[in-house]
Design a protein around this ligand. Structure first.
Ligand SMILES: Cc1cc2nc3c(=O)[nH]c(=O)nc-3n(C[C@H](O)[C@H](O)[C@H](O)COP(=O)(O)OP(=O)(O)OC[C@H]3O[C@@H](n4cnc5c(N)ncnc54)[C@H](O)[C@@H]3O)c2cc1C
Length: 375
């Protein structure tokens, strides 16, 4: 049996980023069920950070996290990349609203005309029945999810902690002032504080500890990878997303990855792409671009897990004070991880709420898990 100050269940970006911050205050052990870190959502992401997603809390957490990515050694965690938000005629009101929402967090967003949009993204389908307007955001970041996970894991290990894979937690017992968790192969760990960062399984892990679930909803999302036009160098092409949640496409290792922005309610699982969503993705590539999809080079699906109000949850459970929730990172868990980890550090250690988060309008109450049970 090994002991720590903080036990973290879940070796995705949420658990590892929180572990890296908490390692400054005590010994951290991260327990991950799979053999590889980030095997589920964190390793299946589109890895883009932008302000075109989420509510005001998500945008503020995104803004706060940018410094972390940009301050890392040159290009280690991210590279700058343009985002282009596109609209058909019916989407124009949504594009206006998106521009206003994003302008609260960046001054890098401006309207883009058809000529510029096609210069940035040559295969864009424009015209009366296609894309008629757009916004360009030069503040986008392409994240490197594997580098992020390894960097956070390294911080835990360098502080004397441990990041253990292949440890599926099967039971959790609260004893006196602490927790004992057991893996399905019988190994045990103890700590006074348990952090539940189990992604789509966070409600199930709470159930093991007898803690009331938050009602998290995992939603499946599909990605396909298609060939670019012959001879095209797509590396400088932007992340292109519709103003309403319908479609996105971006470069991926010399090809293009696209999503039909599907949200299919699913039980926690090793998500696999469904034929219908793959076909829909291909159809939308042809709807919004002049590309024809002759072949799908790769496909995958992952789960994006949301709370009822689509803000993430971070805080101690009301019914088990040393059980800390870190859940509901939805479709923005990579781009908000550094800010969330700082919030976790403040809430777990009882330190003051970070000024930088307060200045962006994020209060501890916005993340409080109990808000989801108040109704
Ligand atoms: C297709 C897709 C595109 C996305 N695009 C973006 C994007 O562009 N930008 C962005 O910021 N975000 C994006 N996201 C969202 C982002 O990937 C998630 O918000 C983030 O990865 C969630 O991290 P997590 O650590 O909470 O979950 P996970 O990465 O799923 O980690 C949770 C871990 O807990 C482990 N676990 C569960 N139960 C147990 C147990 N009993 N014992 C031990 N371990 C357990 C799981 O094995 C898992 O590894 C996307 C997601 C998908 C699916």
């Amino acid at each position: 049996m090994d002991g720590a100050d903080f036990l973290i269940v879940g070796g995705g970006v949420a658990g590892l980023s929180a572990g890296a911050r908490l390692a400054r205050h005590g010994r951290v052990i991260v327990l991950e069920a799979e053999e590889a870190l980030g095997y589920h959502s964190s390793g299946r992401s589109a890895t883009f950070s932008h302000f075109g997603i989420g509510n005001r809390i998500v945008r503020a957490l995104t803004a706060h996290s940018r410094d972390h990515f940009l301050q890392a050694a040159e290009g280690m965690l991210c590279r700058r990349s343009t985002a282009l938000f596109i609209a058909t005629e019916e989407m124009l009101p949504a594009l206006d609203a998106l521009g206003r929402d994003m302008a609260a967090y960046t001054d890098a967003v401006r309207p883009s005309d058809r000529r510029e949009m096609q210069r940035l993204f040559p295969p864009l389908r424009t015209g009366a029945d296609a894309v008629v307007a757009g916004l360009v955001d030069s503040d986008g970041l392409r994240l490197d999810s594997d580098a992020m996970l390894q960097d956070f894991a390294r911080s835990v290990r360098q502080s004397g902690g441990a990041v253990l894979t292949g440890r599926r937690i099967a039971s959790i017992e609260g004893e006196g002032s602490g927790w004992t968790v057991r893996s399905d192969s019988g190994d045990r760990w103890t700590a006074p504080v348990l952090i539940n960062a189990a992604g789509a399984w966070a409600d199930a892990v709470a159930g093991l500890a007898g803690v009331k679930p938050l009602g998290l909803t995992p939603l499946r999302r599909t990605i396909i990878v298609v060939d670019p036009p012959q001879g095209a160098d797509v590396s400088g092409w932007p992340f292109v997303k519709t103003a309403v949640d319908d479609f996105y496409i971006l470069p991926e290792s010399g090809r293009l990855m696209a999503s039909p922005v599907d949200e299919v309610e699913t039980d926690p699982c090793d998500a696999q792409p469904e034929e219908y969503d793959v076909a829909l993705a291909a159809w939308k590539v042809e709807r919004y671009t002049t590309l024809s999809v002759a072949r799908i080079a790769h496909r995958w699906a992952g789960l994006r897990t949301f709370t009822a109000d689509r803000s993430p949850a971070a805080g101690f459970a009301a019914d088990a004070p040393r059980f800390f929730w870190l859940a509901g990172q939805g479709g923005f868990g990579l781009q908000t991880a550094p800010a969330m980890a700082e919030a976790v550090e403040a809430l777990v250690t009882g330190a003051g709420w970070p000024d930088s988060l307060a200045r962006l309008g994020v209060a501890a109450a916005d993340l409080r898990p109990g808000r989801l049970l108040d109704a």
